[in-house]
Ligand binder design. Structure first.
Ligand code: ADP
Ligand code: MG
Length: 312
């Protein structure tokens, strides 16, 4: 891993507080919408959502974080005072356009956030009576993305942070996304909960959104010294060889300190091990979704066909 080189590339531009990487990350062919989901609390969903979003934005990509957890931890980490703002409750329940709640995140050129307003806790109950209650977020997001594209300001990434449950908010997130990112904390029972998530995902695929799939698994709060962490990592690797990003996020004090300063670790301490790991994971996510990789896959497929044809 090129840890030390990664950090030296972070430069502060003239506008105070705004950081970018000298080497930009590849732009995806179309907007990639990720839902960060795991119904277990405290596994690193929010930490992963905000730090990967921040890292992608530092890589020059246009990123929107949607905070769909009534606790609003993503807002806290991004320095957004949600008491003052309209947020996702208004969007989901009151049909307020997403464009009216999206706010810029200070310190980043291309990072925005749709906050979890304080009322969001009541959204699941208030949505129950709606027709297509599972697709409220999908419709709002599609409209917003189309508007942005029409004015030449296409978003590259949307990252939706979910509450620790498989309720209507998470179902809305799974319906609105094409990709699911699952943070897994390498501890006892960490894989058991995954079965339930997979079942929910299967139902969403059958009833609401055929395209959604788990594309990315991130190991969080990893302690390489423990046998258990390595055992869990091995079994994740076995079950999800293509989805796992094989750069675990270490358990690191700076990562847990950052939110109390209303920051991501990417700005709080860009050279700390946690920040470097998140940067590496973000770069890998961007690489996987770039035209380069897709073209390479097509080339490989054609090569395989050709080889097959030669040997037949
Ligand atoms: P979730 O959103 O799944 O509930 P969080 O992202 O809020 O989980 O993380 C749970 C707690 O663990 C938080 O206090 C967070 O600061 C801490 N944490 C997350 N990732 C790390 C890490 N890599 N090292 C140390 N603490 C972490
Ligand atoms: Mg959270």
């Amino acid at each position: 891993m090129n840890d030390s080189r990664e950090t030296t590339k972070v430069e502060k531009t003239k506008v105070v507080g705004i950081r970018r990487l000298k080497e930009p990350m590849p732009t995806p062919l179309k907007t990639r919408v990720f839902t960060v989901a795991n119904q277990k609390g405290g596994v690193g969903k929010t930490t992963t959502a905000v730090n990967i979003a921040a890292a992608l934005a530092m890589g020059g990509l246009k990123v929107l974080v949607i905070d769909l957890d009534p606790q609003g931890n993503a807002c806290t980490a991004l320095g957004i005072d949600r008491e003052e703002l309209s947020g996702m409750y208004e969007v989901l329940v009151k049909d307020l356009p997403l464009s009216e709640v999206v706010t810029k995140v200070a310190g980043f050129p291309h990072l925005e956030c749709a906050p979890a307003d304080v009322e969001l806790a009541g959204a699941e109950i208030n949505m129950v009576g709606f027709v297509s209650r599972e697709s409220r977020l999908k419709l709002a997001l599609e409209k917003f993305l189309t508007e942005r594209e029409a004015i030449g300001a296409r978003l590259d990434y949307v990252i939706i942070d979910c509450p620790p449950s498989l309720g209507l908010l998470t179902v809305n997130a799974l319906t609105a996304a094409e990709e699911v990112m699952v943070p897994i904390q390498c501890e006892y029972y960490s894989l058991e909960g995954l079965t339930l998530l997979l079942k929910t995902l299967q139902q969403v695929q059958q009833m609401l959104n055929q395209r959604v799939r788990i594309s990315t698994i991130v190991l969080t709060m990893f302690d390489s010294r423990t046998r258990l962490a390595n055992d869990v990592a091995n079994s994740v690797r076995q079950h999800f060889p293509n989805e796992l990003i094989d750069v675990p996020i270490p358990r690191a004090v700076r990562v847990s300190e950052a939110p109390s300063f209303n920051q991501t670790v990417m700005t709080y301490d860009a050279s700390s091990p946690g920040a470097i790991a998140y940067m590496t994971v973000a770069r890998e996510i961007a690489r996987r979704g770039s035209g380069d990789v897709i073209n390479q896959e097509v080339i490989n497929q054609i090569d395989n066909l050709n080889n097959g044809a030669h040997t037949a």
